[in-house]
Design a protein around this ligand. Structure first.
Ligand code: IPD
Ligand code: CA
Ligand code: CA
Ligand code: CA
Length: 257
C-alpha cells in the first residue's frame, strides 16, 4: 500500500507543482491572510487541483491542506498538503519554493514528496523504501564535525520573533557556511547531500509532513528541537546521524521549547 501511495503522491505532486509554473514570475495579485501572511491564486488553485486528484483516486482518504483545511477527518490515511511552500519566494520569483505532499497512516508520516517545479527537482520517499532525487537514490552527506558543516535556515527574523537570537548566533559560530535557503527546499538540500543542517523554528504539520520520510529515508534525521523524530511539534531540523547529537545538545543548552 505505501508503495502505491508513493507513486500516486509523486504523480499528484507533479500535476500540482506544474500548475504553479504558469503563475511563477508573473504579475500576480497578493492576498493577505488573517495572520498577515501572503497567499495567491496559485496557492489556492494548486491545492484544489491536488485535492481533486487525491479524491478521484481515493474518495475516502483524509486531506489536511494549508489553504482549505480538513476533509474526511475520520480516515486513518491522511494526505497532508502544502501546495506552495515558500509563498514569499514564489511571489518574488525565487525558484526555491516547493509543492509538498505528506501521507500519514495512523498519524505516522509514511510518504513524503518535496517537488521544486521551477528547478525540476523532486525528492520522494516512503518509510522502508528509501529516498530518491529525480528518480535516483539520494542520501545525506556524512559530515562529522559541525565546524565543517553548512547551515541553512529559514527567514532570519524568525529567530528574533521566537527569542532564539542566541541560538542562531551559536549555530552560525559553530558551523562553516551559512545561508538562508528557504522553507522545505532547505531540507531537500540536506536529503540530497548538498547541506548538513537545516533548521526552521516554526513549522505547521503541512510544512513538516513530507520532510520526515524524505530526510529519514535519505539516511538522516528529521527532529524537533527536543530531539524527537516527529512532525507534530511545530518546529524541526534536518541533519545527518553524526551531527544530530551535536545539534541536539546546542538546542538543549539554549533550552529551546
Ligand atoms: C512557510 C514555510 C516556512 C515556515 C513558515 C511557513 P508557506 O510556509 O514553510 O519555512 O517557517 O512557518 O508558513 O506559507 O510559504 O507555505
Ligand atoms: Ca502560507
Ligand atoms: Ca509552508
Ligand atoms: Ca503554503
Amino acid at each position: 500500500m505505501t508503495k502505491e501511495l508513493l507513486s500516486a503522491a509523486t504523480e499528484i505532486a507533479k500535476i500540482g507543482g506544474h500548475h504553479t509554473l504558469q503563475y511563477f514570475k508573473q504579475n500576480i495579485e497578493i492576498i493577505e491572510k488573517e495572520d498577515d501572511s501572503p497567499v495567491t491564486i496559485a496557492d489556492r488553485e494548486t491545492e484544489e487541483i491536488i485535492r481533486e486528484e487525491i479524491l478521484k483516486r481515493y474518495p475516502d482518504h483524509g486531506i489536511i491542506g494549508e489553504e482549505f483545511g480538513k476533509t474526511n477527518e475520520g480516515s486513518n490515511i491522511q494526505w497532508v498538503l502544502d501546495p506552495i511552500d515558500g509563498t514569499k519566494s514564489f511571489i518574488h520569483g525565487v525558484p526555491f519554493y516547493t509543492t509538498l505532499i505528506g501521507i500519514m497512516i495512523d498519524n505516522e508520516p509514511q510518504v513524503g514528496i518535496i517537488y521544486a517545479p521551477a528547478l525540476e527537482e523532486l525528492c520522494a520517499a516512503a518509510i522502508g523504501h528509501g529516498a530518491t532525487f529525480n528518480g535516483k537514490p539520494c542520501k545525506v552527506r556524512d559530515t562529522e564535525k559541525l565546524e565543517d558543516s553548512t547551515l541553512l535556515v529559514t527567514e532570519i527574523l524568525r529567530f528574533k520573533e521566537n527569542g532564539q537570537q542566541e541560538l542562531f548566533m551559536e549555530l552560525m559560530e559553530k558551523t562553516k557556511l551559512h545561508r538562508t535557503w528557504g522553507d522545505a527546499y532547505g531540507h531537500l538540500m540536506v536529503a540530497t547531500g548538498r547541506a548538513d543542517l537545516m533548521y526552521d523554528p516554526v513549522l505547521n504539520i503541512w510544512d513538516a509532513a513530507a520532510l520526515l520520510p524524505v530526510v529519514q529515508e535519505a539516511g538522516g534525521v528529521f527532529s524537533d528541537v527536543k530531539g524527537e523524530e516527529t512532525i507534530h511539534s511545530g518546529n524541526g531540523f534536518s541533519t545527518n546521524k553524526k551531527l544530530f547529537p551535536k545539534v541536539k545538545s546546542i538546542f538543549e543548552k539554549h533550552n529551546i521549547q
